[in-house]
Design a protein around this ligand. Structure first.
Ligand code: ADP
Ligand code: 5GP
Length: 185
């Protein structure tokens, strides 16, 4: 059977990755979105096993030791990782798999699987990025500052990506992502 493609979506916090991936998966039902593990606390409205698998720091460390992660990274002071087994199984079934992960993780996966397709989502400007992070209302002032500083470093890695999509308008950017997925063999 044809092995599914691995599509990685990265971009600064607040650029709109979650919003666009939800739209994309609704438009292309053959896509399967991996659920990551994290040591970050759940935000209001987030569900265990749906948004993330929420692990303690000890559980996360144990799962690193047992080799459960395809990749993992520390982002904004918490650990995040992709669970290997589910991703491998879905790709083997021929499903295209989406990972929404940070650039450190994206580069780890690209080193293991050079055929992975890397897509970087950007906001139209840093001011707009800050508006979106603040508008979401999930972070304190300090956390917003950390996320904006991280965004600057993440943007330096954009040259490693196959595609850059500007999230100016949700519908337009979703159309562009659908076209990218449809262009893959
Ligand atoms: P990320 O997953 O990249 O951190 P989110 O999807 O949570 O970002 O989006 C951050 C905030 O910006 C959310 O409040 C979302 O509704 C809003 N947003 C996303 N895309 C757009 C857009 N094109 N224009 C305006 N606001 C947007
Ligand atoms: P958030 O806390 O806003 O949900 O996510 C923060 C950052 O962690 C985002 O850049 C997101 O892409 C990244 N992230 C989420 N899951 C993973 C993962 O499994 N691995 C890596 N490397 N980064 C992740």
């Amino acid at each position: 059977m044809h092995r599914g493609n691995l599509i990685i979506i990265s971009g600064p916090s607040g650029a709109g990755k979650g919003t666009l991936v939800d739209r994309l998966v609704a438009r292309v039902p053959e896509l399967w979105e991996s659920v990551s593990a994290t040591t970050r606390a759940p935000r209001p409205g987030e569900t265990e096993g749906e948004d993330y698998f929420f692990l303690t720091a000890d559980e996360f460390a144990r799962r690193i030791e047992t080799g459960d992660f395809l990749e993992w990274a520390e982002v904004h002071g918490n650990r995040y990782g992709t669970l290997r087994t589910a991703v491998e199984a879905k790709m083997a079934e021929g499903r295209d798999v989406i990972l929404e992960i940070d650039p450190q993780g994206a580069l780890q996966v690209k080193a293991l699987m050079p055929e992975a397709v890397l897509v970087f989502i950007v906001a139209p400007s840093m001011d707009e990025l800050e508006r979106r992070i603040r508008g979401r209302g999930a972070e304190t002032d300090d956390q917003v500052r950390v996320r904006l500083a991280t965004a600057v470093h993440e943007l330096e890695l954009v040259g490693n990506y196959n595609f850059v999509v500007e999230n100016d308008d949700v519908a337009r950017a979703t159309d562009e992502l659908v076209r990218i997925i449809e262009s893959l063999a």
